[in-house]
Design a protein around this ligand. Structure first.
Ligand code: UT7
Length: 325
């Protein structure tokens, strides 16, 4: 019998501190940085974001999201035999957030590691977990995107600091007799390193280079739309499906204009687009599983629906996962 992988539960977590655009603009004004709710909404679709408290790390957000996903799947942490966390904002240089999370979940022994593919991280992580389940290396995996991007924002740079937020999303992916993940498509092109990066690094006990996020927003925007279109088409072709077979599109939540342009290029009605960027901002690797969990819990996404998840981010990295929920 063919062995497939299927999502059996979703979960998410947002830190309690929520800042509307107006609240963030007022805070930035005290530092001489000028922005407005109007500009942010018009250019990005973002209305609010959540920021974690200074002592809260990616593993803390991941833990809450993981617990919710385990509950939804009707499983205990001890049932899990693989943990993959997608993050670009780990608790420390090493060990991985996945190992720290494993300990916080009170389990030990199963493989646990992080994936660093920035905003495409969850797509990469889900593809890896699917492959490990299909080849028999795992049976019940926790796949998580968790970020505290507020830690790497330059709050004197209005072109980036208004765009991002913190949060975590998780899924339990289980071995199944019936297809869940139908196809996946992953890419990277390292020549674009400079247009979206945090160039600093630790050396000799010091941080060398700038440890805050740098982005050429227009360059990223132009690349993102084409990449999201081509990877969605590639995933559909691999599964022998067409855009008409997709019930919901859950793209990386960076900018409503990127999401709508991609949907138009794919001839996907905008009603099929799941949008949470308005409430979460861009939470990088957490954005797709967060949007998935919100749409499952709101009743939009139902068992048996066909979902197109897709992401693009620093690296550049991009990719899509087509699945039956
Ligand atoms: O997770 C993956 C990654 N990231 C993305 O997907 C982001 C992709 N890029 C974008 O979403 C958009 O390029 C941005 C939202 C970052 C910027 O939107 P834009 O329409 O490309 O604006 P722009 O960079 O062309 O800036 C237009 C104007 C500039 O002023 P001038 O030069 O026209 O006078 C900026 O200085 O808007 C100004 N501006 C702002 N004004 C108020 C830039 N940021 C702000 C701000 N508030 N926060």
């Amino acid at each position: 019998m063919t062995r497939y992988s299927r999502i059996s539960g979703t979960g998410s977590y947002l830190p309690p501190r929520r800042l509307t655009n107006a609240e963030l603009a007022a805070e930035l004004a005290t530092k001489g940085v000028e922005t407005s709710d109007e500009w942010i909404v018009e250019r990005t679709g973002i209305r609010a974001r959540h920021f974690a408290a200074p002592d809260v790390c990616s593993s803390d957000l991941a833990l809450e999201a993981a617990k919710n996903a385990l509950d939804a799947a009707g499983l205990q942490a001890s049932d899990i035999d693989l943990i993959i966390v997608a993050t670009s904002t780990p608790d420390m240089v090493f060990p991985s957030v996945a190992c720290i999370l494993q300990n916080k979940l009170g389990i030990a022994g199963c493989p646990a590691f992080d994936v660093q593919a920035v905003c495409s991280g969850f797509i990469y992580a889900l593809t890896l977990a699917d492959a490990m389940i299909k080849t028999g290396s795992a049976t019940k995996a926790l796949v998580i995107g968790s970020e505290v991007f507020s830690r790497i924002l330059d709050f004197s740079d209005r072109t980036t600091c208004v765009l991002f937020g913190d949060g975590a999303g998780a899924v339990v992916l289980e071995a199944s007799d019936t297809p869940g993940i139908l196809a996946s498509d992953l890419h990277a092109d390292g020549k674009h390193v400079g247009i979206l990066c945090v160039p600093g690094h630790v050396s000799g006990g010091q941080v060398l280079g700038d440890p805050l996020l740098k982005m050429d927003g227009q360059a990223v925007f132009k690349l993102a739309v084409g990449m999201l279109e081509s990877t969605a088409r590639a995933a559909l072709a691999k599964a022998n499906l067409t855009d008409a077979d997709v019930d919901w599109m859950i793209p990386h939540q960076a900018n409503i204009r990127i999401m709508q342009s991609t949907a138009k290029k794919l001839k996907m009605p905008l009603e099929k687009l799941i949008v949470t960027v308005d409430q979460h901002g861009n939470t990088s690797a957490a954005s797709i599983p967060l949007a998935l969990d919100v749409s499952v819990r709101s009743g939009k996404v139902k068992k048996g629906d066909t979902l197109m998840l897709e992401g693009v981010g620093g690296g550049f990295t991009w990719g899509a996962v087509l699945l039956k929920y």
